[in-house]
Design a protein around this ligand. Sequence first.
Ligand code: HEC
Length: 171
Amino acid sequence: MQHVHRARVFLSAALMLCAAAGSASAAESTPRAVSPIFGVSIPEGYRSWQLIAPAEEAAPLDELRVVLGNPAAVKAIQDLKGPFPDGAILVKLAYKRKQSPEFASATVPGQATTVQIMVKDSKRYASTGGWGFGRFIGGVPTDAAQHQTCFACHEARAAKDRDYVFTRFAP
Ligand code: HEC
């Protein structure tokens, strides 16, 4: 009887450890922070997505940028006809400029500033052109007020026949 009890205690302790380990690794690999309004999170594995285009932003932001896409976005943007398919995701990474320590005329990425995301889901985000938006600083989503500006600017300034996306596939 004593044995059985010990075995049970041991088993439940082991299960608790497993559960703790499981949730810890899930937290590392699945960023849970989501943007206000849209509930968009930083997609897993985006650093290995394909390059769509680099970009620069003049002062005062004075940044280097790069836009990456998941396979659905890259396929669609190369020869865009109509809207992006549901599931397409675009990620824009921004960095302060830094002079290369090795080569004075070269500019390299300095401090990372923002990660911005657009996720296509025509039903869920029907009121914002089918796009859900997320803006993160150091992995933390910025406030709702900032997220209210996203679609307004993309809608007003990006071409409607480019589905509110500014970036074109770089040659
Ligand atoms: C005042 C205008 C403006 C606002 C507001 C704005 N954007 Fe953009 N966005 C741009 C411009 C211009 C580009 C293309 C140039 C570049 O990449 O910097 C762009 C590019 C992007 C891209 C790459 C895809 C594309 O359309 O080229 C993403 C992703 C993005 N923005 C997300 C966001 C999110 C998220 C917000 C809100 C938090 C936001 N944007 C708010 C002007 C804006």
